[in-house]
Design a protein around this ligand. Structure first.
Ligand code: BDR
Ligand code: CA
Length: 307
């Protein structure tokens, strides 16, 4: 049986791969795509989502959400994703119209109109929309099956030594999401830095041919250049599809229950996800951290989705 998901994203090169995977893999059913400011401004990431939908053949509603963090000023990720949020990639003009509903309303509406435990939320951007949805309709916490998110890090961050971009962009929203009491599975940098797109991945995708494959090849090239120039990676870590893959095939991942708290007031540690991996700490908690993956089988899922 396929798992119904709502993908809340800020496309973004790797968000685009997450969208392609979610649309094409038969183990998940994409109910809606919601956008949030993060990698770039809300109008830009929403425009990108509509263009990607065109390439990926997404017919689910696409709705725009929060234009900025709950409390702090927005700091976009132009150095990685460029001024457009998807630099270096040719995007078709979208023919699909944006859904008129606010993303938060759409999330609440979908969760409340489905059976408890039916919908999984998959955020791959800052957690602003999800936190607002919890505040708008707290009953969603008991109805959502699970939140499987890309964000955070148990060990090393990327925006700061300890903070990952999606969490640091809106730490107060992340705090709401991590402490709500629902099951949260954190696919953070510990695992996504292992999901690197080495040249063999790009070659496999290129061999497929056609518009979707060309799009992904272009995207991996641009992402690879940015990650090499800015963070010194040989091959780019393609973060966001990891969260989708955790929903599709959890058996490919090492997932450990652990208490997770978001640092809001640290002098040097704001935005850190503090993951308690001390062996004697009780593990009967609703939060889990993803620490490892079967890299080959992860890329098989993505390559199959493109095909
Ligand atoms: C995360 O930040 C964004 O730039 C990516 O899309 C990903 O969601 C990685 O830190
Ligand atoms: Ca993202």
């Amino acid at each position: 049986m396929s798992r119904k998901i709502i993908l809340d994203c800020d496309p973004g090169h790797d968000d685009a791969v997450a969208l392609l995977l979610a649309q094409a893999n038969p183990s998940v059913e994409l109910l809606a795509v919601t956008t949030v400011a993060g990698n770039q401004s809300l109008p830009k990431v929403t425009h990108n989502a509509l263009g990607i939908a065109e390439v990926a053949g997404i017919t689910a509603p696409i709705a725009a959400g929060a234009a900025g963090p709950l409390v702090r000023a927005a700091r976009f990720a132009g150095e990685i994703h460029g001024a457009s949020g998807l630099d270096g990639v040719s995007l078709p003009e979208p023919s699909v119209a944006l859904d008129p509903r606010h993303a938060v309303d759409l999330i609440v509406e979908l969760v409340m109109s489905h059976e408890p435990g039916e919908i999984t939320l998959v955020p791959t951007g800052p957690l602003t929309n999800i936190a607002l949805a919890v505040r708008r309709e707290p009953r969603i916490v008991d109805r959502v099956r699970e939140v499987v998110l890309m964000g955070g890090a148990a060990r090393t961050g990327n925006r700061t030594p300890v903070a990952e971009f999606n969490i640091l962009f809106d730490p107060e929203a992340a705090d709401v999401v991590f402490s709500a009491g629902w099951r949260v599975t954190m696919a953070g940098l510990d695992v996504t830095h292992q999901a690197v797109a080495t040249p063999d991945v790009a070659r496999r995708v290129a061999a497929i041919g056609g518009r979707k494959a060309d799009f992904v090849v272009e995207l991996l090239e641009a992402f690879g250049r940015a990650y090499r120039d800015v963070q010194g990676f040989d091959a780019p870590p393609v973060h966001d599809p990891v969260a989708v893959a955790v929903v599709i095939a959890p058996e490919l991942f090492e997932i450990v229950p652990a208490p997770i708290a978001v640092e809001l007031t640290g002098t040097h540690t704001t935005g850190m996800t503090v993951v308690d991996l001390r062996p004697w700490v009780p593990r009967d908690v609703p939060t889990r951290v993803v620490l490892g993956l079967d890299r080959g089988r992860f890329w098989d899922l993505v390559v199959d989705a493109v095909r």
